[in-house]
Design a binder for this molecule. Sequence first.
Ligand code: FES
Ligand code: FES
Length: 164
Amino acid sequence: MPEQVLPVALTVNGAAHRVQVPSRRLLSDCLRHDLRLTGTHVGCEHGVCGACTVLLDGVPVRSCLVLAASADGAEVTTVEGLGTEEALSPEQQAFRECHALQCGFCTPGFLTTVRAYLDDHPDPTEEEAREAVAGNLCRCTGYQGIVRAVLRAAEIRREREVAP
Ligand code: FES
Ligand code: FES
């Protein structure tokens, strides 16, 4: 029997999209293949590495564990929605300043995770920053730069808040 195809409406990075997807299509594949938003990376496809993390109605989720059809009506933020090349988000600026990436494969998942974390915890300690990214795997950096970047991103957010 052919797989059922379902209509799905998503708002991604502020833009409304309507797609027809097979019922078992993963949100990660829908973003990458149907919407061509390839900033969301797929590593393990088992919910382990965190590379595919996006914000679903503001909450970080592993998009490889979410069916696109179950996200119908949701607001999704991917790494493309955090900032632009001309105006980096605090997380992006901090990762750049702190050399918190090497190959960059894991980075989109870290950036979205850190965005959601800092929304709720604007002034983390170093230990809290380490804990915040403990569920994301990076095979290159050794995490020191990433933890520094979480703290620096928090600082940049505060600086931007007080800037005129
Ligand atoms: S690809 Fe989704 S958690 Fe690894
Ligand atoms: S920078 Fe290469 S996996 Fe993290």
